[in-house]
Design a protein. Structure first.
Length: 306
């Protein structure tokens, strides 16, 4: 048995995991993945600790879910007593209902899978739609859904935002974090009206365009994958006379080539949190994780609280 608490990371999250491990003075081991010619996988973990924090952002999730399943089996067999999944981006949360006959409810399936292999889930701005509480997703285990807004607000506060900036939400779902961020910074905010035509086609409008005219606009969104909503919102802001348009995204899932289309739509800059590795990463979430992990790191065996 190795250290009392350690971090084990999927390869795709290794850089962010190493930074957090250094912050917490914990050892970090990278989980090894090997793909055979038939696409089956071999997974090899690092030294086993009684408490293991698995750092795994679950973008492009299918192979990662299998890796987690195999890693948990190896950890338990090696004597691990507690597994905490730190998954800044949590996959398959968007489908929380069957909209057509025969559709699987991915949120339920993935929630039950993870609840069966770990003891606690920590995530950030999970896309829960109609699910009011993340504990309903993970029956029988601990779970917490952190907000990225404190970290975003601190990053903006350091930069010193223009006090006339309007914080913009692209749809009704964004209202809670838009109002939260605007309140933290003492800024005005507005939420757009969105009509979705298809996965890649949306229509955006504002009830009070006069609030936007001549002022900097800062769009806030939780997930950007196809970029359609962000681009449509930027065009609507430009039409309303915004002086400048910037964007901050919690989970940047979109391909890098879309940055050109975003700039052409009038977005001056786009920054994302480090929840998913992406060239736009600019806002570190480690303070959120440190606070959430405090209960895992207390005790005489560690010699100090954090």
């Amino acid at each position: 048995m190795s250290d009392v608490v350690a971090i084990q990371s999927l390869p795709s999250s290794a850089s962010d995991a190493a930074r957090l491990a250094e912050r917490l003075c914990l050892p970090m081991h990278q989980i090894a993945q090997h793909s055979f010619p038939d696409a089956e996988m071999r997974v090899t973990i690092g030294p086993v600790s009684p408490t293991t924090i698995i750092y795994a952002s679950l973008d492009r999730p299918n192979d990662k879910l299998i890796t987690l399943l195999f890693a948990a089996e190896a950890l338990r067999r090696g004597g691990c007593e507690r597994i905490v999944l730190l998954s800044p981006y949590l996959c398959y949360m968007r489908q929380d209902a069957a909209f057509r006959d025969g559709e699987a409810i991915s949120q339920t399936a993935v929630g039950q899978l993870l609840a069966g292999i770990v003891d606690r889930v920590i995530t950030v701005d999970a896309h829960l739609h109609r699910t009011p509480d993340i504990t309903r997703v993970f029956p029988g285990i601990e779970s917490v859904n952190l907000s990225a807004m404190p970290a975003v607000a601190e990053a903006l506060r350091i930069a010193g935002p223009d006090p006339t900036t309007v914080v913009i939400g692209p749809d009704a779902e964004s209202r809670p974090w838009v109002s939260d961020l605007a309140g933290r910074l003492g800024l005005s905010h507005a939420v757009a009206r969105k009509t979705r035509r298809s996965d890649r086609s949306v229509e955006i409008s504002f009830d009070e365009p006069a609030l936007i005219a001549g002022r900097p606009a800062l769009m806030i969104d939780d997930i950007v994958s196809s970029g359609g909503t962000l681009i449509a919102c930027a065009k609507a802001l430009a039409a309303a006379g915004a002086a400048s348009i910037d964007a901050i995204v919690t989970h940047a899932l979109f391909p890098v080539v879309l940055l050109c289309d975003m700039h052409l739509a009038g977005i001056r800059s786009i920054r994302s949190t480090h929840s998913v590795p992406h060239p736009t990463n600019a806002i570190v979430l480690d303070d959120l994780y440190v606070a959430a992990l405090r209960s895992e790191l207390r005790g005489p065996a560690l010699g100090r609280p954090i």
